[in-house]
Design a binder for this molecule. Structure first.
Ligand SMILES: O=C(N[C@@H](O)C(=O)O)c1ccccc1
Length: 331
């Protein structure tokens, strides 16, 4: 996509032996403090039409939690497994983030819970009531992601598929504030309204929290302190659905995103976007080398502009690097 100036084009790394990891549905990706890749996957569990009843109660509780390790830390070059945790805990993994101490912050949409795990997988914090959806201070409804403020340890939860709010907590999990309301299907969605708040980024320099407002096909950014609405980023190229975002401070601040296929109306290509954070303008649009994305569900970008995308429908993990790096790769 050459018309987007200012960023070299991202190309997929195709000789990347990701099959050896035997991943299930890849729901989340993150980076640790050493830029190792963190993968959150569902092993042999899947989220399909039979997973929940109309009241968002997870149906197959009897099958028990996923027995495989659900959180892998891998060397991003050779995919060597450096750490594998998260066995016998989760039913439907969703979002994953790390903090400056390399703890894992994850959500499970079947448990309706948010977890802080140490790097050995030990429980440090659990919020929500297992298998019990709700919208008060002690319950979530299919919570989607977590973002941690590195300056003070406050954290934010995007809640969720069946709620429409962002909740802010103190480092030890005390409720501080919440904001957001459901967007009405008929009218144009207003600022601060959500239709599946699906992915979060905390922007340290500006102390903002940005949200992928999935079914409204837009990104909304807020003052992290108060939840005050600041701006919306929307492009026709997003189509109707915007699944996930990632932020890097390099080059004046860059925002990365993946969209989803349009459920109604004319289809749009499913692809990745690189944007200038402050202007919102698209700098690059990228997609896999040979196949198409099926459902790119999470994205994380490193400061060196390497990008990883987890495709939950293809149970695939893909890696992209700037073309000037791709040309000189040893094949
Ligand atoms: O969106 C869905 N899933 C993804 O977000 C995901 O996290 O797997 C979904 C929707 C309807 C039925 C089943 C799954």
């Amino acid at each position: 996509d050459t018309e987007h100036k200012g960023a070299s084009h991202l190309e997929e790394v195709i000789d990347w032996p990701v099959e050896e990891l035997q991943l299930g549905q890849v729901s989340g990706v993150a980076l640790d403090s050493k830029d190792n890749l963190i993968i959150f996957h569902r092993g042999n569990h899947v989220w399909d039409e039979n997973s929940f009843d109309r009241k968002h109660i997870y149906q197959p509780q009897g099958i028990g939690p996923i027995q495989q390790s659900t959180i892998f830390t891998v060397d991003p070059v050779n995919l060597k497994i450096l750490n594998a945790v998260g066995r016998n805990i989760f039913y439907l993994p969703h979002g994953i983030s790390t903090d400056k101490d390399d703890n894992f912050w994850v959500t499970d949409v079947a448990l309706h819970q948010v977890f802080k795990l140490g790097s050995k997988g030990e429980y440090l914090l659990i919020l929500g009531q297992a298998f019990q959806p709700g919208s008060d201070k002690d319950h979530f409804c299919q919570p989607t992601d977590v973002a941690v403020d590195p300056a003070n340890g406050n954290f934010y939860v995007s809640d969720g598929y069946c709620n429409s709010r962002i909740i802010k907590y103190s480092p030890d999990g005390k409720f501080i504030t919440q904001w957001g309301e459901e967007s009405s299907l008929s009218r144009i969605p207003k600022p601060g309204q959500f239709f599946i708040p699906h992915s979060l980024v905390f922007v340290p320099g500006l102390r903002q929290l940005c949200v992928a407002d999935r079914e409204n096909g837009r990104i909304q950014c807020f003052v992290a302190e108060s939840g005050e609405f600041l701006r919306e980023i929307h492009h026709p190229e997003f189509g109707g659905r915007l699944f996930a975002i990632s932020y890097t401070p390099g080059n004046g601040g860059r925002l990365y995103a993946v969209n989803g296929e349009a459920l109604v109306g004319n289809s749009v290509p499913v692809q990745g976007f690189v944007m200038n954070f402050s202007t919102g303008e698209i700098l690059d649009i990228f997609k896999p080398a040979k196949e198409n994305f099926l459902m790119p569900h999470d994205i994380v970008a490193a400061d060196d502009r390497t990008v990883y995308i987890g495709d939950v429908q293809a149970s695939r993990l893909r890696k992209f690097i700037p073309s000037e790096k791709a040309e000189h790769r040893s094949v």
